[in-house]
Design a protein. Structure first.
Length: 265
């Protein structure tokens, strides 16, 4: 009874060890998706153009070698951190291996924190946001983006329907995503001022549907749910699910819905 009760109360959704291993592996292939990551980061950093505040020192959280150069191009000194040692090395100088759930930075260390598509595999997101706020100096700014509800919605649907047809059951294969309306509340709960969350959609088109799965792997975004099925998936599951996805201009369409979050310390 005690063991069952402990498992029921366990709040951890993600296997952080798997997240680190996926990012270790992806460090060698992330260049495949650099354009997509850069597009998402540039959309996030566009928010800097809406303020006259000058930022001198930034923390780049999980930027996968893309965010740090964009910040340096703006004349901002950057410290980067990543859960993966090999991924952290892609950021060049001033890189730290750090768990986003237990950040090693002192209070008031930065005047800007940028987390582009890097916080969605965290079990305690409110706690991580509190740590990021504490790492900011007074009037410092957080810029963060997360995949929001709607991301990969068609792939989730076709995988569920196809697996149910093949096996009579389904396994969790795609991470749950936050709703946009909850993102500003998360910032407010973490103590940020003027919290804002808005949405931007990026549609990716694939002539070869399997390219979508290759890109997810290259970005370190494969399944890290604790309750994921460790068995080999049913034969034909992914080809059949991909074939059932809607198309645009003769290509399979994948939606990346970005929840873009800003908050001031």
């Amino acid at each position: 009874m005690r063991r069952a009760h402990t498992e029921m109360m366990d709040p951890e959704i993600f296997d952080r060890g798997a997240v680190r291993r996926h990012r270790d592996r992806a460090a060698h292939s992330v260049g495949r998706v650099a354009d997509v990551l850069r597009d998402a980061a540039e959309r996030l950093l566009d928010r800097l153009d809406d303020t006259t505040r000058q930022f001198r020192q930034a923390l780049d959280v999980g930027g996968r070698g893309v965010v740090a150069p964009l910040l340096r191009a703006r004349g901002i000194d950057v410290v980067s951190c990543d859960l993966s040692h090999t991924m952290a090395a892609l950021n060049g100088e001033k890189s730290v291996v750090a768990d986003e759930e237990f950040l090693p930075f002192g209070e008031g260390s930065f005047d800007l924190v940028v987390a582009s598509l890097s916080l969605h595999w965290i079990n305690d997101l409110p706690g991580a946001l509190i740590q990021l706020r504490r790492a900011l100096r007074p009037e410092g700014l957080l810029l963060a983006s997360l995949p929001a509800l709607g991301t990969l919605a068609e792939l989730r649907r076709t995988l569920t329907e196809t697996e149910a047809a093949l096996t009579g059951g389904v396994s969790p294969r795609i991470s749950p995503f936050a709703e946009l309306r909850d993102c500003a509340r998360l910032l407010q709960r973490a103590g940020f001022n003027l919290p804002v969350a808005d949405v931007e959609d990026i549609t990716l088109l694939y002539a070869d549907p399997l390219g979508m799965l290759h890109d997810l792997r290259a970005a370190g975004e494969t399944n890290a749910l604790r309750e994921r099925d460790r068995h080999i998936p049913p034969l034909g599951l992914f080809p059949a699910a991909l074939a059932a996805m809607p198309q645009q201009e003769g290509r399979v369409a994948a939606m990346l819905r970005l929840a873009v979050m800003t908050g001031w310390a």
